[in-house]
Design a protein around this ligand. Structure first.
Ligand SMILES: Cc1ncc(COP(=O)(O)O)c(C=O)c1O
Length: 432
């Protein structure tokens, strides 16, 4: 047997066993990867932006080198260290027959530090949709109360409010956003009435990658006694987020997009001022600070972690912490700068194609690492399929809000060559 560490052997056995038995070629001869093992160690020799080794970062991801994946906004692949943490944790917990709930304390601390808030304001949940549902239900709104949402919300960010409309008679008001980004604060302010109780909006829209002025909206909401509920599914891991500075009432996100975290993870932030005032939506083990069945007594914990009721998947929670470590190793400022540079390079390339209309604001304060465009007069959803089939570039068609467009995500594993390939593909296609 080849000499290798016991840990490496166990990892390979677990992984190849699990994945091959499902018929999925996890590590095969054709994927062009030099390294065939997972590795919890990820060290970058230099984190000075101009000297970052982006190829080394690319090597941390398992998907084949020739796969051009520009769709992190839908699903971010996890780097080796995240998968390694999940596998090792499963192995450890299964060996000791434990659920390991107390181990997640480390992840709460990591998330809180990443978002500049306190661990008691952070819960690990399953996804952004669950987060928005918890937010919507915890407010205990009544018939006739108004909630403002925008035409650019994802189904997961909007449905929780529409369900309140169905169940309770809450009135959901839909506002259209300005795709230059500039008028959005005013549009939101103008929509408020004396009945408005909450405003739910995306920090970055999933449609055109537009950044909303979350801090200003949160401050406006505070001045009007309205709950600010931010959907950060497209923002967490894309650029630095400081929740103390933003000061919203609620912020939720997926862990599996720009953070490259495990699938089935998300975060929920609740401003500490609400923790003692709003009751949790669900209750169970870990919700309580005091529980006595004989006297029918239950007290809620003074932490939003009370939303983590019952037995959970500790392995993916720790994987979420590893995802934060991965981003921190690169530096979130560097991640944001790389995304913006790639986006700018793409924008420049698009400007040479007159048939193309860009739907993402150009100004840095209203955009980040995503760009949405469409070829005028064409069915862009079909074009997206054609790009995938003929040019092997994975993007996302945007049917939402009838935009008939294509969205491109720029993550740390992407490079300028892939963008040039995409521009070449588009130039070929507009001529057809
Ligand atoms: C803005 C936004 N909100 C919510 C979601 C739903 O995320 P999840 O699958 O984590 O619930 C998405 C997914 O694309 C999204 O883009």
């Amino acid at each position: 047997m080849k000499k290798e560490t016991r840990r490496g052997f166990i990892q390979k056995s677990i992984l190849s066993g699990a994945f091959f038995s499902l018929g999925i070629p996890f590590i095969n001869a054709n994927n062009n990867h030099e390294s065939k093992t997972l590795d919890s160690e990820f060290i970058l020799e230099n984190t000075n932006y101009d000297r970052i080794d982006w190829t080394k970062i690319r090597e941390q991801f398992l998907f084949p080198k020739d796969k051009q994946y520009l769709n992190t906004a839908s699903l971010g692949p996890s780097p080796r260290m995240v998968i390694d943490t999940i596998c090792k944790t499963i192995e450890k917990l299964e060996t000791t027959c434990s659920h390991g709930h107390s181990l997640t304390k480390k992840t709460h601390t990591q998330i809180a530090a990443f978002l500049n808030t306190s661990p008691d304001e952070i819960a690990i949940i399953r996804n952004a949709t669950e987060g928005m549902n918890i937010i919507a239900r915890t407010l205990r709104l009544k018939a006739g109360d108004e909630v403002i949402i925008t035409t650019h919300e994802h189904v997961g960010g909007a449905s929780p409010w529409l369900s309140l409309q169905k169940d309770l008679g809450v009135v959901v008001k839909l506002i259209d956003l300005d795709i230059t980004g500039e008028k959005n604060l005013q549009i939101i302010k103008d929509a408020v009435t004396s009945k408005t109780k909450a405003i739910a909006f995306s920090h970055i829209t999933c449609t055109n990658g537009m950044k909303l002025p979350a801090k200003e909206i949160a401050a406006f909401c505070k001045s009007k006694n309205i709950y600010s509920c931010v959907d950060g599914a497209q923002a967490l891991g894309m650029f630095p987020i400081d929740l103390t500075d933003m000061n919203p009432d609620f912020y939720t996100s997926s862990g599996h997009k720009w953070l490259f975290g495990p699938k089935g993870t998300g975060i929920l932030y609740m401003n500490k001022k609400w923790i003692s005032k709003l009751n949790p939506v669900f209750a169970g083990a870990y919700t309580d600070s005091k529980f006595d069945l004989n006297s029918l007594t239950m007290e809620y914990r003074a932490s939003v972690q009370r939303e983590e009721y019952g037995t959970r998947n500790t392995a993916i929670s720790l994987g979420l912490g590893s995802a934060i470590e991965f981003i921190n190793t690169i530096g979130i400022e560097n991640v944001a700068k790389r995304g913006r540079e790639l986006a700018n390079h793409f924008r420049k390339g698009l400007s040479e194609i007159p048939e193309i209309e860009i739907l993402t604001p150009e100004t840095a304060i209203y955009s980040a690492s995503m760009l949405t465009f469409r070829i005028k007069g064409k069915d862009n959803l079909k074009l997206n399929q054609e790009i995938s089939r003929a040019h092997k570039i994975r993007l996302r068609g945007i049917y939402e809000n009838d935009l008939n467009a294509i969205r491109v995500s720029f993550a740390v594993f992407n490079n300028f060559k892939e963008i040039d390939n995409l521009i070449f593909a588009l130039k070929t296609m507009v001529k057809k």
